[in-house]
Ligand binder design. Structure first.
Ligand SMILES: Nc1ncnc2c1ncn2[C@@H]1O[C@H](COP(=O)(O)OP(=O)(O)OP(=O)(O)O)[C@@H](O)[C@H]1O
Ligand SMILES: [Mg+2]
Length: 256
């Protein structure tokens, strides 16, 4: 089954009466369980693609199906429930709430969802939050306020939050953008792990090391997908240098 099926997707912004056609008839699919990286020059429409296909932003034309469901058939409440229950988001502007601890930020989406009612469920949510924080190495900052932690720690907290509701699919915009090599590795390890457990992942990245750990890379330029490169599943054990080299050669061919 396809987790995402996108047909003739267009997105136009209008600023000062001038039209900016950011996405121009994009067609693509992501299969269930796939991990797909989107690369391309700055301003080519990568973030816009992520926002529109995940229902964060309206589309101008075309159609987006999420696990067989036409997103345009959903009303606002259905859309927000779908986003809460079935999608996870990792964005650079992270929308973490101030005046809440890291821990509370992480469990909030779970308490807001249907399964957040009842004592048993809440215990389960709290256990999961602790487990996720432990895995990502941020247990010790649970009670910190969001402005009392480093960028890397905040990014990892954001990943915990995106996973708290066991989403079917994760959308990530430069999830390692603010991180050093070591943190970036850990974040990718976690994304690869949840992907192997079945969660579909679509991420935008400038980093070839990150792209090398995906199954497939899409190259977007000027609002259109110009090419794709299939690497196959990353096992987590193999050397990534060879995969990086392949991507780098291919990107060069693409004119990146
Ligand atoms: N909310 C918005 N309103 C108006 N124009 C926008 C909006 N968001 C993006 N754009 C425009 O759409 C184009 C694509 O932007 P987008 O953020 O998708 O690029 P990107 O590929 O993610 O770039 P980067 O690699 O720098 O993050 C740009 O010309 C940008 O100015
Ligand atoms: Mg962007």
């Amino acid at each position: 089954m396809e987790s995402l099926k996108i047909r003739d997707l267009c997105k136009t912004y209008i600023i000062n009466k001038r039209q900016n056609n950011v996405l121009k008839n994009v067609n693509m699919e992501i299969k269930e369980g796939e991990m797909v990286a989107v690369m391309g020059p700055s301003g080519s429409g990568k973030s816009t693609l992520l926002y529109t296909v995940s229902g964060m932003d309206h589309i101008t034309a075309g159609r987006v199906d999420f696990f067989g469901k036409d997103l345009s058939s959903l009303n606002a409440k259905q859309m927000s429930d779908l986003r809460l229950d079935e999608m996870g988001f990792i964005f650079q502007q992270m929308y973490m709430l101030k005046n809440l601890s890291i821990y509370d930020n992480i469990i909030l989406p779970a308490y807001q969802s249907k399964r957040g009612k009842g004592r048993e469920n809440r215990k389960e949510i709290n256990d999961r939050a602790k487990e996720l924080m432990h895995k990502l190495g941020i247990s010790e900052i649970a009670e910190h306020d969001i402005n009392e932690v480093s960028g890397g720690q905040l990014q990892r907290a954001c990943i915990c939050r995106s996973l708290i509701n066991n989403p079917k699919m994760i959308f990530a915009d430069e999830p390692t953008g603010a991180l050093n090599q070591q943190n970036s590795k850990e974040v990718m390890k976690e994304l690869n792990r949840i992907n192997r457990e079945g969660t579909t992942v679509m991420l935008v990245t400038h980093d070839m090391k990150v792209a090398a750990k995906s199954d497939r890379v899409l190259y977007i330029e000027d609002g259109n997908i110009k090419g794709e490169f299939t690497l196959g599943k990353y096992t987590g054990k193999e050397e990534t240098r060879e995969r990086e080299r392949k991507i780098s050669n291919w990107l060069m061919e693409m004119g990146f």
